[in-house]
Write a protein of this length. Structure first.
Length: 254
């Protein structure tokens, strides 16, 4: 049986203590409460402070939880709220478009699928929740890269793989494509990731007007496109879905 890592257990205990006690605690309080040597407690606090999980008040020297924990907590809540708010609208989009619907968020330099509605027919399909879609070639990924500054910055570290003959693999060409996404308000993937498959996606914003994800459809290119371009009625349906989810998240009209 694997053993727990003592230093991580102690760090977790420090965070729980700061979360459950007074707003700020001194080094001696933390060390005595957790039965730690002052040197050990100070080393843990210094490491947690370096990572942004703990902050030290310069005047009193006392410690409190840091902003990085708040960011991580908000990220967790945002994803779950996003999925909850999107459920009825993505179901409607699958019914109206006849295609599979995906909800994606930025994660580890890719678009992480957090919700997937099957295409409403009798075909055999595989649930893709937890799958990662490339930022540079999929409609979901390009939407995130166009609207999320963090996702856009991640493009600089990616290795562009030519997945199909239509994949854009040069940064300059991708930047042009992202400019078009921002100008139109939606992204397309016409056989750029999988041959014979096309997708359409649009951004979802929250009450802070920040991009928190993307919603889109994927299906056979002959159904999603006409004359090589995404069908306007499907583009409109995807954008309407994204706006509806954004409204439920508290976003105003923009």
């Amino acid at each position: 049986m694997a053993r727990n890592i003592q230093s991580l257990e102690r760090a977790a205990a420090v965070l729980r203590l700061l979360a459950g006690g007074e707003r700020r605690l001194g080094l001696s309080d933390i060390a005595s409460t957790l039965d730690l040597a002052k040197g050990t407690a100070h080393g843990l606090l210094r490491t947690l402070q370096h990572e942004g999980f703990v902050e030290q008040d310069p005047a009193s020297g006392r410690y409190q939880l840091g902003a990085e924990l708040l960011r991580l907590g908000n990220s967790y809540l945002d994803v779950h709220e996003l999925r909850a708010r999107a459920l009825p609208w993505t179901d409607d989009l699958a019914r109206s478009s006849g295609e599979a619907v995906y909800l994606g968020v930025l994660h580890k330099q890719g678009a992480l699928i957090v919700h997937h509605v099957f295409r409403p027919d009798d075909s055999r399909q595989v649930l893709e929740i937890g799958a990662m879609h490339p930022l540079y070639s999929t409609a979901l990924g390009k939407t995130l890269a166009a609207y999320d500054p963090v996702a856009h910055a991640d493009l600089a570290d990616l290795a562009y793989e030519r997945l199909t003959p239509a994949t854009v693999t040069d940064p300059a060409g991708l930047e042009e494509a992202l400019d078009l996404v921002r100008a139109r308000g939606w992204a397309a993937d016409v056989e750029e990731t999988w041959e014979g498959v096309a997708g359409i996606a649009a951004p979802v914003h929250d009450r802070r007007r920040l991009p928190v994800g993307a919603v889109g459809i994927t299906g056979a290119v002959e159904r999603v496109c006409a004359a090589g371009e995404p069908r306007p009625e499907l583009v409109a349906a995807v954008r309407d879905c994204a706006r509806a989810v954004a409204r439920d998240l508290g976003a105003g009209r923009f």
